[in-house]
Design a protein around this ligand. Structure first.
Ligand SMILES: Cc1cc2nc3c(=O)[nH]c(=O)nc-3n(C[C@H](O)[C@H](O)[C@H](O)COP(=O)(O)OP(=O)(O)OC[C@H]3O[C@@H](n4cnc5c(N)ncnc54)[C@H](O)[C@@H]3O)c2cc1C
Length: 391
């Protein structure tokens, strides 16, 4: 009977990154996903432009994926400004206050996914089972058995669930999770514009909706609108000219004339956080462990931090010739990663609630929060360190 060191359910960007990271540390891995290898090797454009921190760049480099990303689509984020309503005042982050040449990078999600897939597909230590869904699994002291919907059963020492924020595996393991439905929808698209963006990202909190304008390569930006879900259809159905004029106006014409340059995509907005990220011979990674609100651009970045922690802990045990799948090791992963995720998760949700509330105290707090953030250097430094640290 063939027994893999690790079985990963889900070949999203985090599941695949973990597969490669474990294979680099000499673990044998089997990854299963419902999708086909063809879908994963050239995923369609999905409107998501993902902000990548320096730490994430290092992980993508270590697993051999960074160099496979088409360089011409990587945009640098030099500055970021957070604006309240139409006030000219902004909370401002500048790469010049850091020891890096940029705050981070903006890369189309489909390019990241195809680069990671290319780095795993010919790896002899990774078996990829396409068009396979996990029907059920059983965990016992001898190991893990995963039954696929094809009827095949695969065996392993450790099972890792990377099956997204509504993780069926998490549910099957009986791990509770907080799921916060914001009742909102995110609409994303690409837009062309007249005036250079100077690599500045904007997050504008308007009443009833937020608008993020993120600098892409050339005179192009990614527009991210968050609205109450009952208003989403109107925006999705809006005529291109009306939509473009409306966005330019809401953005105070900072980029001059704007025109939509792609289809609009929408995503329901909810966040989730699992109570714990481990059980007997079982671990949660990526959105299955923490699904972040996209406003602080942390979802994938936190996923990569989690796989770095998990690989390091499992590898330390393996290198000392000890069983790597023990509850103690998985508990260590849980404790370390929870420390990274909890503050960001609850901090992000607090910011979202504060900037979306119509109550008068919230309006006051918003103005106060931006000034406080700008003038209290330790807070600003902590946020910039999150973006630029590499360890
Ligand atoms: C609009 C938007 C903007 C974002 N921007 C950013 C950003 O700027 N920065 C950032 O860091 N993050 C961002 N994110 C978050 C980021 O996209 C996610 O955190 C990331 O995609 C999570 O990857 P994952 O691999 O954990 O899960 P997923 O991408 O959800 O992948 C899960 C995989 O599991 C498979 N699967 C599910 N169930 C089964 C099963 N039973 N059997 C087999 N396979 C199964 C699915 O087919 C899928 O391939 C954004 C998200 C959105 C929506």
């Amino acid at each position: 009977m063939n027994k893999y060191d690790t079985i990963i359910i889900g070949s999203g960007p985090v599941g695949l990154s973990l597969a490669k990271s474990l294979s680099n540390a000499n673990f044998s891995v089997c990854v299963i996903d419902r999708q086909t290898a063809k879908d994963l090797s050239s995923p369609p454009y999905d409107g998501r432009e993902v902000a990548i921190t320096h730490f994430s760049k290092r992980i993508l480099n270590d697993i051999g994926s960074w160099d496979l990303i088409d360089e011409s689509c990587i945009s640098q984020l030099k500055e970021a400004k957070v604006v309240n309503g139409h006030s000219p005042y902004s909370l401002h982050f500048d790469f010049e206050d850091t020891n890096q040449s940029t705050l981070g990078y903006l890369i189309p999600n489909h390019k990241i996914k195809s680069a990671i897939f290319s780095s795993i597909i010919d790896d002899p230590k990774i078996t990829f089972k396409e068009q396979s869904s996990s029907k059920s699994f059983h965990i016992n002291p001898e190991g893990v058995e995963v039954e696929l919907d094809s009827g095949e059963t695969i065996h392993g020492e450790l099972l890792v669930a990377a099956d997204g924020r509504l993780s069926g595996s998490r549910r099957q393991m009986g791990i509770p999770a907080e799921v916060k439905d914001f009742g909102k929808t995110v609409i994303v698209c690409k837009m062309n514009h007249e005036i250079e963006h100077e690599n500045i990202a904007y997050e504008c909190f308007h009443y009833g909706r937020t608008l993020a304008v993120l600098p892409m390569v050339g005179k192009q930006c990614s527009v991210v609108i968050t609205v109450h879900s009952d208003k989403a259809k109107d925006i999705l159905d809006q005529d291109d000219t009306v939509f473009s004029q409306d966005i330019a106006e809401r953005f105070n014409h900072r980029l001059g004339k704007m025109s939509i340059a792609s289809e609009k995509f929408s995503y329901p907005l909810f966040a989730s956080h699992a109570d714990h990220f481990h059980a007997e011979r079982f671990a949660l990674v990526g959105d299955a462990s923490v699904g972040m609100h996209p406003v602080t651009a942390h979802g994938f970045n936190l996923g990569l931090r989690g796989i770095d922690t998990l690989t390091r802990i499992l590898n330390e045990a393996k290198s000392s010739n000890e069983p790597f799948y023990t509850k103690e090791n998985l508990k260590k992963y849980n404790q370390t990663h929870q420390m990274n995720t909890r503050t960001l998760y609850y901090g992000t949700n607090l910011i979202v609630d504060l900037f979306n509330s119509e109550r008068s105290y919230a309006k006051f707090m918003r103005r106060f929060a931006l000034r406080f953030g700008n003038n209290v250097w330790p807070i600003k430094k902590m946020i910039m360190d999150q973006l630029t640290e590499t360890k």
